[in-house]
Design a protein around this ligand. Structure first.
Ligand code: GLA
Length: 707
């Protein structure tokens, strides 16, 4: 695209990017710079956007007059490290759902252009933003910082809520007040990137937000790799939030004419607390492509991982598929351990990379398993970990150059494996081939795993551009997934990363769900799912009933899994008749209620972080039906359990409450069971969601139906 000179003499009118309730205003100064002048609830009078103070450069470049966190730093082809960005123009387009604004900026001295993209989703009150950087210098320039977005705030205090964790303890919520200086949430893990930190957050201004009160921004970076979220509180109490790829070890050399596109940063804003912000994101994800096929039904599956681990064969799997059908599941998911012949995958020490079925275990291949499933009236899904390789594999023997490893240093293993070099198009073809081979033979679901991070990262393919590794790895991954989705647009796929280390909207564009954690202890899951539900809709959060903690009742485990995307990873044949009957009914009820659980609005009623109870509710958009989940956690002897106010219902309607998920023969002893109340009563007075003698690790599920 040819560069036009910066010809603006009179600053144009403010650029207001707005949704039904939110607006972001930008204005061009006399100095041609672009400023963010407002971010918050929409102003009632459009004229009020005129004349707002111009204190914060919207996308501040480094090396000229910027003193704080830059959005973009470019080292020009001549070695000059200074960048200035002047306003060039704005283009806007509109559809029924969204308004797109593209603001062009350029350096008056060097042919470097920046395009800030904003898509404002009206109904969902969500803005998606990203940046394109392009130049026409004589030689490549080097990008050392390249944020997707920067947002500015002015408030007396700032409170950040983040999710952090580790393997089997994902999604832990923690809130802290920001102090002067920079707080950074980031990852340098490359693959399995979000193992310790998650790229989603809440930021409340002036005072901490609750579920129902407070001004709060929710933000999430759509990138399945190294990210960096920086919150810099300056000397004047202003906060700049920068979100983007982590520039750590990732200087990017950009040839002339090539567009560098950053990942998308998605945000919403609520004046009524975190709950509204979560609901906005959920609705956006489901309806605007944030997750794949967000409004389509999901499959209820039975997985064999915790039931068998690597120890299975064809007859055992055939029997398990019979069990899946008996349970009422839609699909059987065969996990790790089905592949490798020279080095059969009998444990996690070998075979990864050799994606042929192990003939001693599966003499009739995957085709037979698909057939058995079909006979049983269910579908068949399979586990793959296509980005990885065990050194003990034929793949490694054949293609040692496809592995990320530092020349001259010992290989560094994690779960006995290495990462394949997805920057290499040949490796991308190989990975695509693994997926295609499965899906073209009738496999109806994939669990795509990624069990290690990048260490000793070095790509033989990239040669001297090693600092492109982290960025180009993720781009390579997305290239493969784009191809997969071109050929198989709707096959459901679960994104797993040794648990929940890939919970991000970059991945969810291609996946219908993610595995939140290998930890399926139901008590732990209440917290893990609670954390992820802040930012992701329930139909994206795979939640399975397992035997991880057999001390917990099957009912408790089921009640917890049912508040997300229900699945099973349990030996159905070992269930007692009563347990089987209970589970069959639970699956039936879940399917009946899943439109409400998946598509409804989530109200978090009682946080597990604040006491010994947790409660949440999903309500259908038409407010005719809701499902309430109440959990007693580490409830103490004689602990008082207060009524829970059921939010989101229509105050003018009457609702009948019916307890479901009761064990055969068990009678409900909830006083509210079978009663009818007005929505007004339920939201103001509430109901007790516990037996009179509240016991630890008990739970209740109530169906709420408008009369
Ligand atoms: C990871 C996943 C598990 C399971 C195993 C298989 O740990 O998170 O769910 O698939 O790999 O090896």
């Amino acid at each position: 695209m040819p560069f036009t000179a910066v010809a603006q003499t009179q600053p144009p009118a403010p650029i207001v990017i707005e949704t039904a309730h939110l607006s972001l205003a930008l204005a061009v100064g006399q100095n041609h710079k672009l400023y963010q002048t407002y971010l918050g609830p929409k102003l009632a009078a459009a004229a009020d956007y005129q004349g707002l103070p111009q204190r914060h450069e919207a996308y501040p470049p480094a090396g000229t007059d910027n003193l704080f966190e830059p959005a973009l730093r470019v080292v020009h082809a001549d070695g000059n490290p200074g960048l200035a960005l002047a306003y060039v123009g704005t283009e806007t387009t509109k559809t029924d759902d969204a308004a797109t604004t593209i603001i062009r900026l350029r350096d008056p001295l060097y042919p470097v252009e920046v395009r800030l993209h904003f898509v404002a989703y009206q109904r969902e009150d969500v803005i998606k933003t990203w940046t394109e950087i392009v130049h026409h210098e004589k030689k490549p320039v080097v990008l050392t910082n390249y944020a997707s977005a920067m947002l500015h705030f002015e408030a007396s205090k700032y409170y950040l809520t983040q999710l952090h964790g580790d393997w089997a303890e994902e999604g832990k919520e923690v809130e802290s007040q920001l102090t002067s200086g920079t707080k950074v949430l980031d990852t340098k893990l490359g693959t399995r990137a979000a193992m310790y930190q998650t790229a989603s957050f809440f930021l409340a201004t002036d005072r901490p937000a609750t579920e129902t009160t407070g001004n709060v921004l929710a933000g999430s970076l759509a990138w399945t790799g190294n990210f960096r979220l920086a919150f810099e509180l300056d000397n004047e109490q202003a906060l700049r939030v920068s979100a983007g790829i982590n520039p750590y070890s990732s200087q990017y050399t950009l040839p002339a004419g090539q567009v560098f596109t950053t990942p998308e940063f998605i945000f919403t804003y609520s004046t009524q607390g975190k709950g509204q912000a979560s609901r906005n994101l959920h609705r956006w994800a489901r309806q605007q492509g944030g997750e794949l096929d967000g409004t389509l039904p999901r499959l209820t599956l039975l997985n064999n991982w915790e039931a068998t681990y690597f120890d299975f064969n064809e007859p055992k799997l055939d029997a398990l598929m019979g069990d899946a059908a008996k349970l009422g599941a839609d699909l059987f998911l065969l996990d790790d351990g089905w592949f490798g012949n020279k080095y059969p995958r009998k444990d996690d020490h070998q075979g990864l990379g050799d994606w042929q079925p192990t003939t001693s275990k599966l003499p009739n291949g995957v085709g037979h398993l698909v057939q058995t499933a079909t006979k049983e009236g269910i579908k068949f899904g399979i586990w793959i970990e296509p980005e990885m390789v065990n050194p003990k594999s034929e793949l490694y023997e054949k293609h040692p150059d496809w592995v990320l490893k530092l020349p001259g240093r010992p290989e560094d293993y994690y779960r006995n494996q290495l990462v394949l070099d997805l920057t290499n198009p040949k490796v991308q073809d190989f990975v695509y081939g693994i997926v295609d081979a499965q899906l073209s033979q009738g496999v109806a679901y994939l669990k795509w795993d990624c069990n290690r991070m990048i260490t000793n990262g070095y790509s033989q393919y990239l040669g001297k551009d090693q600092s492109h590794l982290y960025v180009d790895y993720v781009r390579g991954l997305y290239r493969v997934l784009d191809r997969v989705r071109q050929k198989y647009p709707h096959v459901p796929m679960m994104l797993c990363s040794g648990g929940g280390a890939r919970a991000d909207y970059g991945g969810l564009k291609y996946f219908t769900e993610f595995w939140a954690s290998d930890n399926t202890d139901a008590l732990e899951r209440v917290y893990i799912q609670w954390g992820f539900l802040n930012f992701f809709p329930s139909n994206a959060i795979a939640s399975h009933v397992t035997n991880w903690n057999p001390q917990q009742t099957l009912k408790f485990r089921t009640d917890v899994a049912m508040s997300g995307k229900l699945g099973y990873d349990i030996e159905v044949s070992k269930m007692t008749p009563a347990e089987l009957q209970f589970s069959q009914q639970a699956v039936k009820d879940y399917k009946r209620l899943s439109p409400v659980i998946w598509q409804g609005d989530l109200y978090k009623l009682r946080s597990p972080y604040e006491g010994n109870q947790a409660a949440l509710l999903y309500v259908a958009e038409n407010q005719a039906e809701a499902v309430v989940f109440g959990y007693n956690l580490r409830t103490r002897f004689h602990e008082t359990v207060l009524p829970v106010k059921l939010l989101g219902l229509d105050p003018a309607r009457r609702y009948r409450l019916t307890e479901i998920n009761l064990m055969p023969g068990q009678k409900s002893n909830l006083p509210a069971n079978g009663q009818t109340y007005s929505g007004d009563y339920l939201q103001k007075v509430g109901v007790v969601l516990s037996d009179p003698e509240a016991k630890a690790l008990t739970s209740h599920v109530l169906e709420v139906t408008a009369e």
